[in-house]
Design a protein. Structure first.
Length: 194
């Protein structure tokens, strides 16, 4: 029993060290925030998490499951023209400060060197979906690629472009989150509980 506990603790520490190294940009933003509110990101997914934490590589050709393809492609074209990347096809969707309504939620840590876009006006592109070309362009004008801390506090959808990302369970592997908090001197994670 003690050996199993030791192996689990050692594995959790190794995962926390890896995330701390590979995702230090987002952890630094959270650690240096003057806000006393929690600066964490969540991502919902229907994919199960193995061993409480998993590293994923984003798709570069994401197709919508619910949004009409024409609207998806219109947004992608606008994102590319304004930000230089196809946020709808290449992006990873997350939100800050609260859980997403899609799939099983987990903490989200994008790899260093990430880009992001978000809208202070649009909670979620799909639920706020604009159905005509005029509405798409009108709604799109509010997207920006700045002020990540404000984006996280807004609880709105944030679309990330990153080489890879980590998802960590919110419930059954909090030891990993607490270790990330200790390693990064980040109280947002050290004392987190669901």
């Amino acid at each position: 029993m003690r050996l199993k506990s030791y192996i689990s603790e050692n594995r959790d520490l190794r995962i926390a060290e890896t995330i701390s190294r590979e995702c230090s940009d987002i952890l630094s933003i959270s650690r240096h925030s003057p806000s006393k509110n929690t600066l964490v990101l969540f991502r919902g997914s229907k994919k199960p998490l193995l061993n409480g934490a998993q590293r994923y590589t984003p798709r570069q050709d994401r197709r919508p499951t619910d949004m009409p393809t024409e609207i998806h492609e219109m947004y992608d074209k606008l994102f590319y023209e304004k930000f230089g990347w196809h946020a709808r096809s290449e992006g990873v969707f997350a939100c800050g400060g609260k859980r997403m309504s899609y799939g099983k939620n987990a903490f989200f840590f994008p790899a260093n060197g990430f880009k992001f876009v978000w809208s202070p006006k649009i909670f979620d592109v799909y639920t706020s979906m604009y159905k005509t070309k005029e509405h798409v362009e009108e709604g799109f004008d509010s997207y920006i690629d700045a002020d990540l801390e404000r984006a996280i506090h807004s609880h709105k959808e944030i679309i990330f472009k990153c080489d890879f990302y980590w998802r960590v369970s919110m419930y059954d592997h909090l030891e990993i989150i607490h270790e990330i908090g200790k390693l990064n001197k980040n109280e947002h994670f050290t004392y987190y509980s669901p």
